[in-house]
Ligand binder design. Structure first.
Ligand code: COA
Length: 181
């Protein structure tokens, strides 16, 4: 449901205590708080990084509180856009808000937004593959997309290399991809 200014409520506002909307600069502190609350699952991100990429975040908001976040990154292509891909990342829902559809609403809204760019794939590295399977993601060998995910892995301090990292790589093809040979 569209509720003016591109805001989407899941389900209708009078039944739902949260809404999903694009992030704005003043959300950065709340986003970083949620990221810091999930050190085991999420790659840390600084306030500066969040501010600089604020147009690549959506938030779930209940009243004045940010109760969920999702972000995405455009993955590198060299020369022409042969396999344009987007990585879904920084997905977290406040523990008190889990199992109420917030995560699903964030991912659905982010996928809708990303699909407008017509990438070939959306990728995710995750500890919760069962959650992402619900949105059409399937497991892929890490080496297939490692050149794409390299930019994130190269700054990782937790594991020596992507193949010792327990996160599972998953991909979802997007219909109507725009590629140039
Ligand atoms: C994963 C996470 C975002 C799910 O958020 P949520 O708001 O609880 O999810 P939802 O309520 O929208 O659940 C949607 C569906 O996924 C299922 N689901 C939720 N969490 C799940 C999990 N950890 N594993 C498998 N399935 C899960 C729900 O049962 C529901 O299924 P249904 O549609 O059949 O009823 C949340 O648990 C979280 O923030 N985890 C910690 C951070 C994390 O791991 N992020 C992912 C990094 S890639």
């Amino acid at each position: 449901m569209l509720a003016g200014d591109g805001l989407v409520a899941f389900p209708p506002m009078n039944e739902s205590p949260f809404e999903i909307r694009p992030a704005v600069f003043r959300d950065a502190a709340g986003i970083v708080r949620l990221i810091r609350a999930h050190p085991e699952e999420l790659v840390p991100r600084s306030v500066s990084d969040v501010l600089q990429n604020i147009d690549r975040f959506h938030v779930a908001v209940a009243g004045d509180e940010i109760v969920g976040v999702v972000a995405w990154s455009i993955l590198p292509e060299l020369g022409t856009a042969q396999h344009p891909s987007v990585e879904l990342k920084t997905l977290a829902v406040d523990r008190n808000w889990r199992k109420r559809g917030v995560g699903a609403a964030l991912v659905s809204r982010a996928l809708e937004h990303i699909a407008q760019l017509r990438p070939e794939h959306v990728l995710v590295l995750t500890f919760v593959p069962e959650f992402f399977r619900k949105f059409g993601f399937t497991e892929v060998p890490k080496d297939k997309f490692m050149h794409k995910l390299y930019t994130g892995c190269v700054n990782c301090t937790r594991y020596d290399n992507p193949f010792t990292c327990p996160e599972i790589a998953m991909a979802k093809p997007i219909a109507g991809a725009t590629t140039s040979a």
